[in-house]
Design a protein around this ligand. Structure first.
Ligand code: BGC
Length: 453
């Protein structure tokens, strides 16, 4: 992608280099110190929803090992540490009684980051709704905005003096589509009757969360994170092009456009969006979906190639896999396509109202093997080199990109893939919880220290 060799300093002195993780994927201690149940704790009990029947109960044990993990992040040279707060750890029932031990835990994590020269970046919501709220409708409930506002307010009261950067919601498209339309993620609901209100509420909470943080922490840098995936037509036929446009509207436009004040996207002859408009306009708060974020977080894991497929409900489109097209892909079949990432960075950078972009996640899973204390994950090194090259090229061409947060520090609980998909720069032995820095971790450290790659 980027022809010349480069190193971290080519991104400029103010560029933020970070590493990220999320509470339900890393913390474990699911039933300790007063934490309430999250939707993932409950969803994982169902049969055949998570690979290998895995549960997030112990995950990567960050709850007990946060000091070591923060030291690892520091040793690898990162300056930003992104983590999420488990809502059910600080407010076990979602609303009402606050859990002091939960509040104290995140104070400890934040203090540990600061003491080690890492800037703590807090994700307010990374998919783990308290189960008690799900019992009352969860993201489909009109009360969601009330619950979420109280939760965000609590976080700003406790952590607002120390935390200078926030991410309000992580990938609303992923948790609404997978969790409330397709049933593949917690809470496992399906259908438009669930997903329409979930989409609306997620968009509303994103903006309202931004407003609340701004009001309580006027000097904080506030962002929110979206998944992005270039959607390319399989052939040049009108039908495939239209199908790719429908996929694009959902994958890339659904949440950014309301934030920017454009409302939910419109597309000719896309019934799903028409119905979403009709359903949500009735709620009359479309103007409240806008918020002037300091930056937009972008997270790209694959591009998709789309063909018209009348058998698929709502979108009449399906993906033609990277494998079947003999394209490079990761261990779970996600297409490796740095050029598409570069294209999307340009596209998001050109939206009016996007002041800055931070790549708040980027990474890949491969079949890692630990042999004699070494994990030689050359594919991941190649992946990072090419994706960072895409960022640098786009940045040098004027896209306002302010940072890159690698995903993720240690192998962790990878949602429906359980423990089978490893994304870490550091290998986790889930039996012993021992960590081994992978060669990609050492590569990143050298890159951040000025080695030209
Ligand atoms: C999520 C992460 C996840 C990663 C890889 C992102 O969509 O924010 O939690 O681990 O994708 O699947």
């Amino acid at each position: 992608m980027h022809k010349k060799n480069f190193t971290a300093s080519d991104f400029g002195p103010d560029f933020k280099w970070g590493v990220g993780m999320a509470a339900p994927q890393n913390e474990g201690a699911a039933f300790e110190d007063g934490k309430g149940l999250s939707v993932w704790d409950v969803f994982a009990r169902k049969r055949n929803v998570i690979k290998g029947g895995a549960r997030p109960t112990h995950a990567a044990d960050f709850y007990h090992r946060y000091k070591d993990d923060i030291l690892l992040a520091k040793a690898l040279g990162f300056k930003v540490f992104r983590f999420s707060i488990a809502w059910s750890r600080v407010i076990p029932e979602g609303v009402g009684k606050v859990n002091k031990l939960g509040i104290a835990f995140y104070h400890n994590v934040i203090d540990e980051c600061i003491a080690n020269g890492l800037e703590p970046v807090v994700t307010v919501y990374h998919w783990d709704l308290p189960h008690a709220l799900e019992l009352q409708g969860g993201w489909t409930s009109r009360d969601m905005i009330k619950w979420f506002s109280k939760y965000v307010t609590l976080l700003t009261e406790h952590y607002g003096k120390k935390v200078k950067q926030w991410i309000v919601v992580n990938e609303p498209f992923a948790f609404t589509a997978l969790g409330y339309m397709m049933g593949m993620h917690a809470p496992g609901k399906m259908g438009t009757a669930n997903v329409f209100p979930a989409i609306y509420n997620a968009a509303l909470c994103t903006a309202e969360g931004g407003r609340i943080i701004r009001a309580h922490c006027p000097h904080a840098v506030i962002g929110t994170s979206f998944s992005i995936s270039e959607a390319k037509p399989f052939t040049n036929s009108d039908k495939d092009i239209a199908a790719a446009n429908r996929a694009d509207a959902l994958l890339n436009r659904l949440f950014i456009e309301p934030v920017l004040g454009m409302g939910f996207p419109q597309l000719d002859q896309f019934d799903f969006l028409d119905k979403l408009h009709i359903g949500t306009t009735a709620w009359r708060f479309i103007d409240k979906l806008k918020f002037d974020f300091d930056y937009i977080g972008l997270q790209n894991y694959f591009s998709v190639t789309i063909k018209h497929n009348p058998l698929i409900p709502y979108v009449s489109a399906s993906e033609v896999s990277a494998k079947s097209r003999k394209k490079p892909h990761t261990a779970i079949g996600w297409e490796i396509d740095p050029v598409s990432f570069y294209n999307m960075l340009h596209r998001f950078g050109s939206y009016d109202g996007v002041k800055q972009i931070i790549v708040t996640e980027g990474g890949a899973c491969f079949k890692d093997h630990l042999h004699g204390g070494v994990v030689n994950d050359t594919e991941r090194i190649d992946y990072f080199r090419s994706y960072l090259g895409a960022v640098l090229k786009a940045k040098q061409e004027g896209v306002p990109i302010g940072g890159y947060y690698a995903w993720t520090l240690t192998d962790n609980f990878e949602w429906a893939y359980g423990y089978s998909s490893r994304f870490g720069l550091v290998y986790t032995d889930f039996e012993t919880q021992l960590r081994t820095v992978k060669n990609s971790g050492y590569w990143f450290r050298d890159f951040l220290n000025g080695k030209v790659v």
